[in-house]
Design a protein around this ligand. Sequence first.
Ligand code: WQD
Length: 343
Amino acid sequence: MNILLTGGAGYIGSHTAVALVEAGYAPIVLDNFANSHPVVMERLQRITGQALLLERGDVLDTPWLTEVLRRHRPAGVVHFAGDKAVGESVANPLKYYRNNLGGATSLLQAMSAVAAEDPSQPPTLVFSSSATVYGDPVRVPITEDFARSHTNPYGHTKLVIEDMLQALQTAQPHWRIGALRYFNPVGAHPSGLIGEDPAGIPNNLMPFVAQVAVGAREHLNVFGGDYPTPDGTGVRDFIHVMDLARGHVAAIQALLGRGESFTVNLGTGRGHSVLEVVAAFEKASGRAVPYRVTPRRAGDVAQCWADPSLARQLLGWQSRHTLDEMCADAWRWQRENPNGYRS
Ligand code: WQD
């Protein structure tokens, strides 16, 4: 059964492709490699033992995207493609509105056109949303009914796409839509063949810590040591990327089975502080991770972690991996791929 993954060569997309093959699906990777690398396809073949189909192009190209959907007639689509750097979105909002909102609109139009030609197969979509839609939560853990807000254009695009999907669902109730609100994806496939490959200086904590541990960076800046948290540093719900990938498989299975649409958190339900991550990474790598506490980063919240019980109830999914395993897998990927996919 074909599943089309837009942005399928990216960090979450590539790990989801592995999990889909493990579950007996045939993922088709669609990517323009703007934020990913063609070598991922070879790595996926080494992991899965299969040469996955690749459609190279841009989701903004609606005629091309429609033709791809018509050719493959996937049972479902997982939409990963888009830009995701919070800081960049503040500096360059139009890129984010164009790529993220334009890309989602283009995909929905293409799916609508192809679904109209084949009413026997209702359009089925899993959307990569984010805990960023919760803004600064009033308390933790976070449930899906919490108020949404945005503090940056990236988060705004996720929130608007969720609203677009809701409007489409109202207008065309036969759509089967699952929105997955990721918390903090980290780690890598245990093979060490695929992982997070940020361009330039990593914005996110785990890849930065890994680069300090391997000696590529001198020290970590801990953004704020005066938060109202147990050790004063930020607390987040770090979730292993393979747990997240399996959450997408569970979402596809639920949509193709029961067929009801849903929006769920994909998190572990546990918060860990920045300093806890540093300690866990030192333990996993056997390397020191020197750090300096610096002022808070603009836009950061003190605490953010999920109540994942709705995903367990609706999808029969829950995370399995510990922070130690996340750090061990992130370390293996960093150590064996010092230049990411460019080595
Ligand atoms: C985690 C913690 C930082 C870097 C972002 C996006 C979110 C999602 C996940 C896409 C915070 C601290 C970080 C560093 C640090 N992405 N930190 N030094 O900000 O929770 O979420 O990534 O969906 O949308 O907003 O993740 O990894 O940047 O930060 O001290 O060099 O680590 O202050 O407390 P964040 P993060």
